[in-house]
Write a protein that binds this ligand. Structure first.
Ligand SMILES: [Zn+2]
Length: 438
């Protein structure tokens, strides 16, 4: 079993990620984040928002509608150009992206392939009761455009001065011809995106700053540097309006593929929307109103689902460990998430189901939940419960045993070292807070 298959199995077995609509036989490449996956994903989005919006004076947030006026996608170029070449096998009718197939034969059956046709990747739907062309709208294929369309309103209401950025987290939809590799490429996905507006002559400086921020983020996510590649996209392969684009790539079990992206977009988007809407989207320096121009844009983009995938791939470890009961060796799987990322921070485990232990363990659990995401588990042997917490990456297990009744202390077990420490109940919250802040 390769690493990706192991992650898919663990995700299903423990409740990180399930195949979508499974009781109806599923829906191709759709996935549901279960109780642990929802926590993991939320941790990523919350940390990102805290870091890039709340802790900076030059950033503001936006949460725009998924469906926008179709003119947005005409102006952005998506209606005309957001497409992949599609080819179909004349024999088995399987469809492929023509640029991903080598030769003219079907990879599945060897049949003849049709001439490639351009296939637009935007999902179309209809607003209101009639299915006429005039009511057609698209599900947004990226979060970026709303940040340009709302640029003027944000500028006026926040009175921000350049340089400043708009951040948005949300779903986007692309009708990919060949999705796959678990949550790597799905038709419905989530992005964390920033449009950072700068003076035209200052873009290089801020491009470098954002590249540094992205590197730091990856380090904090627990991603090993040796699996990362910063690919400078050469002129000719870049979009015509971009003077610099860096694809941040990762060595997945299925090969080296994109993880995040950083692009300099010039004033391309604001100019397009100015022309198409007839609105003035330029910026005037409040101190010197004659200093008026259309800002240039640096666009760092993070995939949320790919962040989850990479965090799980990096956290996964298999190792030999002593059993809790007899000290014999057994194989354990442990998700070594950084503390901030772990879906559950503390598990409270009474040694047995005896009521005298529950009487102590339940108030401990209740108090700890005021500060941390916790789990209470009193079923199965303590060894099995430790293994389960290791597998879901819980940094600390708190065990309430029969000594607790006398010494008013509990055993705190560290996920990574498996070392156990006796801690007084009165000092438990403070101790865990200190450990988890590391
Ligand atoms: Zn075929």
């Amino acid at each position: 079993m390769n690493l990706l298959e192991k992650i898919v199995n663990l995700s299903k077995r423990r409740g990180f990620i399930f195949p979508g609509s499974e009781i109806y036989g599923g829906l191709a490449n759709s996935w549901d984040y279960g109780p642990l996956g929802a926590e993991l994903k939320k941790n990523i989005k919350d940390e990102w928002w805290k870091r890039f919006v709340h802790q900076r004076t030059d950033m503001v947030g936006l949460d725009a509608a998924l469906m926008m006026n179709p003119k947005v996608w005409e102006a952005s170029g998506h209606v005309a150009g957001f497409s992949d070449p599609l080819t179909e096998c004349k024999k088995c009718h399987h469809r492929f992206r023509a640029d991903k197939v080598t030769g003219k034969k079907c990879p599945d059956c060897g049949g003849e392939l049709t001439e490639p046709k351009q296939f637009n990747l935007m999902f179309q739907t209809f607003m209101g009761p009639s299915q006429e062309k005039s009511s057609a709208v698209y599900l947004r294929p990226e979060t970026a455009q709303a940040m340009f369309v709302d640029f003027k309103s944000i500028l006026e209401t926040t009175r921000k001065r350049l340089p400043f950025g708009i951040a948005q987290v949300g779903k986007a939809f692309r009708n990919e011809i060949t999705p796959g590799n678990f949550i790597f490429r799905t038709r419905e996905f989530e992005q964390m995106e920033i449009e950072y507006f700068v003076r035209p002559d200052e873009w290089e400086k801020y491009f470098e700053k954002w590249l540094k921020e992205m590197k730091k983020w990856l380090k904090d996510l627990g991603v090993s540097e040796k699996k990362l590649h910063y690919a400078e996209i050469p002129e000719g392969e870049r979009a015509h309006y971009s003077k610099r684009t860096v694809d941040i790539e990762y060595d997945y079990p299925f090969g080296r593929e994109e993880l995040y992206g950083l692009a300099y977009r010039g004033d391309f988007d604001l100019q397009n929307h100015m022309k198409a809407s007839g609105q003035d989207l330029s910026y005037a320096d409040p101190e010197n109103p004659k200093d008026k121009f259309v800002p240039h844009v640096i666009e760092p983009t993070w995939g949320v689902d790919r962040s989850v995938l990479v965090a799980m791939l990096e956290a996964y470890h298999e190792e030999e460990a002593p059993t809790a009961e007899k000290g014999e060796k057994e194989q354990r799987t442990v998700m070594r998430f950084p503390n901030w990322l772990a879906p559950i921070k503390v598990a409270v485990l009474p040694l047995s189901k005896k009521p005298e232990l529950a009487k102590i363990a339940e108030p401990i659990y209740k108090e700890l939940t005021q500060k941390f995401v916790c789990e209470y588990d009193e079923t199965q042997s303590i060894g099995k419960r430790y293994r389960r917490q290791d597998e879901i990456g819980t940094p600390y297990c708190v065990t309430v045993d029969f000594d607790t009744i006398k010494d008013k202390a509990v055993t705190v077990r560290d996920r990574d070292t498996m070392k156990q420490k006796r801690v007084k109940i009165a000092k438990l919250g403070g101790y865990l807070g200190e450990q988890l802040a590391k």
